[in-house]
Design a protein. Structure first.
Length: 342
C-alpha cells in the first residue's frame, strides 16, 4: 500500500488498524528516524518516555538473510509482559523480498515488521512489493521542500506564539531542509532566540544563521576541504555536542559535494563567479570565496573519490557495533588528505 505524501505523517501518528509490515526508506535520515519513532509509539500506544519498556527485536538485514527463520520465530514469540512485538529490520534491500513475502502469507496479528532502508529506486523489488501489497505499507522519506519547511516553521511558531514577517520566515527556511532532525533542531533554537518578546526580525535570523548548526556544518565542510584537520575536529566536536549525529553530517557533506559537481559543470560554460552567484539554492555570501577555492582546487576525480569515501562511511556507521564518532573523524581526516594531494 502506498500512502500519499501529504498523509504520511498523520498515518504514522494515527493508523487505527496496524499493517503487518512497513517499509520506511529514503534519503533523509532524520525524517526516517522521526517517522520510525512515530510508527513505533503508535503501534504500542505509548508515550516516548516509556520507550524502554517496549518489546522490540532489532536485526540487521545480513543476519536475517543468514537465518531467515528468525523473522517468523521472533514475530510469534510474544513477551508475558507485552501483548505486542515489533521486529525492526535495518538496512533493508531487495534480497529480503522472499523472506518478507513468505512471512506475509501467514503474519502474526500482534506483531509489526518495520524495515528501514536507504533510497530505493522505483524499480526496487522490495519497494514495489510494499506499494502493491494490501497489508504492507511503503513510506518514502525525501528531503523537505520549501513548502514543507515553511509548514514546519509555521506549526512550531504558531504553537509558541512567535511573531515573524513573511520575508524573514522565507529567509530562515532557505537555510533548512537537508535533514529533518537538523531542521527541527534549528527551529527550536530560533524559538529560544526570540526571547521574552516572542519576536524574530531579519537581523535576528541573519545573526543566528551565522552561528547555527547548519552553518557550523558548512564551516566543517569548508575547513575539511581546505585541509585544516585540527580546526575541523574542533568544529566537529561542537556540532556533535549539539546533538547532530554522524550520518546526518555525512549526508550533508554528500549534498554539498553533489552541488560542487553541479557547479563544476555550470562553470564550464560560464565564469566561476557567475556560476556561484546564479546557483540554486543560493550560496551564503560568506561562503562564496571558499566555494570558489574548492572549484579551482578540486578536480572531478577528487570529488568523486570523496563521495565514494562518504558513501562507504555511511554504510560503516550503520553496521553492527560500529563507532560512528570514530568513523566520522577518520572520514574527515581522509577527506583532508585527498583534498590536499597534488
Amino acid at each position: 500500500m502506498k500512502i500519499n505524501n501529504f498523509k504520511i505523517d498523520d498515518y504514522c501518528k494515527n493508523f487505527d488498524k496496524h499493517p503487518f509490515a512497513v517499509l520506511v526508506y529514503g534519503v533523509d535520515y532524520g525524517l526516517i528516524n522521526e517517522r520510525t519513532k512515530l510508527l513505533i509509539h503508535n503501534f504500542f500506544k505509548v508515550e516516548e518516555s516509556q520507550a524502554s519498556k517496549l518489546n522490540i527485536f532489532d536485526i540487521e538485514t545480513n543476519n536475517l538473510l543468514n537465518n531467515p527463520e528468525n523473522l517468523e520465530i521472533e514475530a510469534k514469540s510474544l513477551s508475558l509482559l507485552n501483548d505486542k512485538k515489533l521486529i525492526k529490520i535495518r538496512n533493508a534491500n531487495d534480497k529480503l523480498i522472499d523472506i518478507i513475502t513468505n512471512y506475509l502469507l501467514n503474519p502474526e496479528n500482534s506483531s509489526l515488521v518495520l524495515l528501514t532502508a536507504d533510497n530505493l529506486s522505483p524499480r526496487s523489488k522490495l519497494r514495489t512489493f510494499f506499494e502493491r501489497h494490501s497489508t504492507a505499507v511503503s513510506i518514502p522519506c525525501y528531503m523537505d521542500d520549501k513548502n514543507t519547511i515553511l509548514d514546519l516553521i509555521n506549526k512550531k511558531f504558531i504553537k509558541e506564539n512567535i511573531k515573524i514577517d513573511k520575508d524573514t520566515k522565507e529567509l530562515f527556511a532557505s537555510y533548512l531542509g537537508e535533514d529533518r532532525q537538523v531542521t527541527l533542531s534549528e527551529i527550536e533554537k530560533a524559538i529560544l532566540l526570540s526571547g521574552n518578546n516572542k519576536t524574530l526580525t531579519n537581523n535576528d535570523i541573519l545573526s543566528y544563521i551565522e552561528d547555527s548548526s547548519a552553518t557550523n556544518i558548512d564551516e566543517l565542510y569548508d575547513c575539511t576541504l581546505s585541509g585544516d584537520v585540527e580546526r575541523s575536529f574542533s568544529i566537529l566536536f561542537r556540532i556533535q555536542s549539539q546533538g547532530t549525529n554522524a550520518i546526518s553530517i555525512i549526508r550533508l557533506f554528500i549534498r554539498q559535494l553533489q552541488n560542487l559537481l553541479a557547479l563544476k559543470t555550470l562553470s564550464q560554460d560560464n565564469n566561476i563567479d557567475f556560476a556561484i552567484n546564479s546557483f540554486k539554492p543560493p550560496i551564503f555570501f560568506k561562503r562564496k570565496q571558499n566555494i570558489k577555492k574548492q572549484l579551482l582546487s578540486l578536480t572531478e576525480n577528487k570529488i568523486e573519490k570523496i563521495l565514494n569515501l562518504l558513501s562507504s562511511a555511511e554504510v560503516y556507521c550503520k553496521s553492527a557495533k560500529a563507532s560512528p564518532n570514530l568513523i566520522i573523524k577518520q572520514t574527515i581526516l581522509t577527506m583532508s588528505i585527498i583534498a590536499r594531494a597534488q
